[in-house]
Design a protein around this ligand. Structure first.
Ligand code: NAP
Length: 308
C-alpha cells in the first residue's frame, strides 16, 4: 500500500517549508515535492536583508537550505520531482510526478511564480545567449559588458544595482517617466555612476546573431524607434504564478493566482495555497513563511474534522 501522508506540500520555497515545519512539528507526516532545490525564487537572491534574524543579511540559497533542514529536523521528507498532474478533490488527494504518484489527506500548494516574459520573438531561444531574468544567477556572465534591464519596479532597480557591480554599463529601460520602485532601491541608484535610466521606452525587438547584440526600442510617447547596443537583456517586469496545473481544478483570479484568503484555504476542502502563488497584497519571503504557518494550522483543523 502506498503511504498516505497527512500533508503533501508542492513547492519547497519559504511558504512550503514553513508549512512542512509547522505540520511536522505538530506530529503530522509531511512530504515536500520540490522540482530543483530548496528556497524557490528566494534561492536566486544573493542577499536577503528583509528577513528578520540575520543582522548581516543572508544568501537566499542558504536560507532555503536552512528552512529545509529545519523542517526535516522534525521529520518532514523531501522528494525532488516535477509534478505533471493533480487530483485535489475527495479525502485522498494525489500529486502525479516523474518520480511517482504521491497521496495525502491535505495539500499545500506553494508553487510560487516565475518571471514574466517580454513576449518578443526569439526570446525563448536567446535564453542563455544574452536573454536573462535573474541578475544574481546570470550576472557573472556579463562581467565588464553592457547590459539592459527592462522594468521600473523594485525588481528592475534591484537587478540594475546588482549588475552595476559586474557590468561596465547598465541601462535601465522603463516605459514611463517615473519608477514605481521604493526609495530604499532608488537612493543607491543615484549613487551608481554606471547606470543610465532610459525613460519612456519599451523594447520591441531583440537584436542578435547567435547572441543578443542589442535592442530595438520604441518611444512610448512619440512612437519613434531607436537601437541600443548591449550584450545582455535582463527582464524584470513582474512575475506570473505557477498555476497551469490548477486551471479548471481550483478557483483562480484573472491573473491566474489561486484564490485564497488569509486562512490560505482554497476553493477545495483540505487544499491550501501559500506564498506568491495565492492572491495577496504583498509577496515577500516573510509573508510566504507566514502563510505556511497559517496553512499548517488550518490543515490541522481540517484533519481534525474528517472522519477517521
Ligand atoms: P512590479 O512592481 O509589478 O513592477 C513591474 C515593472 O515592470 C513595472 O515598472 C512595470 O511598468 C513594468 N512592466 C510590466 N510589464 C511590462 C512590459 N510588458 N514591458 C515593459 N515594462 C513592463 O514587479 P516587481 O518589481 O517584480 O515586484 C513584484 C513585487 O515584489 C512588488 O510588490 C515588489 O515591491 C516586490 N519586491 C520587493 C522587493 C524587496 O522589497 N526586497 C524586491 C523585489 C520585489 P509600470 O510601472 O509602467 O507598470
Amino acid at each position: 500500500m502506498p503511504k498516505i501522508y497527512d500533508m503533501l506540500v508542492l513547492g519547497g520555497g519559504p511558504g512550503g517549508y514553513t508549512a512542512a515545519l509547522y505540520a511536522a512539528r505538530a506530529g503530522q507526516s509531511v512530504l515536500v515535492i520540490e522540482k530543483l532545490s530548496a528556497g524557490g525564487q528566494m534561492a536566486t537572491t544573493e542577499q536577503v536583508d528583509n528577513y528578520p534574524g540575520f543582522a548581516e543579511g543572508i544568501d537566499g540559497f542558504e536560507l532555503g537550505e536552512r528552512m529545509q533542514q529545519t523542517a526535516e529536523r522534525f521529520g518532514a521528507e523531501t522528494v525532488l520531482a516535477s509534478a505533471s498532474a493533480v487530483k485535489l478533490d475527495g479525502p485522498i488527494k494525489e500529486i502525479v510526478t516523474d518520480e511517482g504518484t504521491f497521496q495525502g489527506k491535505t495539500v499545500v500548494l506553494a508553487t510560487g511564480a516565475s518571471p514574466r516574459l517580454l513576449g518578443l520573438p526569439g526570446e525563448q531561444a536567446l535564453r542563455s545567449h544574452g536573454m536573462a531574468y535573474c541578475a544574481a544567477c546570470d550576472g557573472m556572465f556579463f562581467r565588464g559588458k553592457t547590459v539592459a534591464v527592462i522594468g521600473g519596479g523594485n525588481s528592475a532597480v534591484g537587478e540594475a544595482l546588482t549588475l552595476s557591480k559586474l557590468a561596465q554599463k547598465v541601462y535601465l529601460i522603463h516605459r514611463r517617466d517615473s519608477l514605481r520602485a521604493d526609495q530604499v532601491y532608488t537612493k543607491p541608484l543615484e549613487a551608481a555612476d554606471n547606470i543610465e535610466i532610459i525613460w519612456n521606452k519599451r523594447p520591441i525587438e531583440l537584436l542578435h546573431d547567435t547572441h543578443i547584440t542589442g535592442l530595438r526600442l520604441e518611444d512610448t510617447q512619440t512612437g519613434a524607434q531607436t537601437e541600443l547596443a548591449c550584450d545582455g537583456v535582463f527582464a524584470a517586469i513582474g512575475r506570473v504564478p505557477e498555476t497551469a496545473l490548477f486551471q479548471g481544478v481550483l478557483e483562480l483570479d484573472a491573473q491566474g493566482y489561486i484564490q485564497a484568503d488569509e486562512t490560505t484555504r482554497t476553493s477545495l476542502p483540505g487544499v491550501f495555497a501559500v506564498g506568491d502563488v495565492r492572491t495577496k497584497p504583498l509577496r515577500q519571503i516573510i509573508t510566504a513563511a507566514a502563510d505556511g504557518a497559517v496553512a499548517a494550522h488550518f490543515a490541522d483543523h481540517y484533519l481534525a474534522t474528517q472522519a477517521p
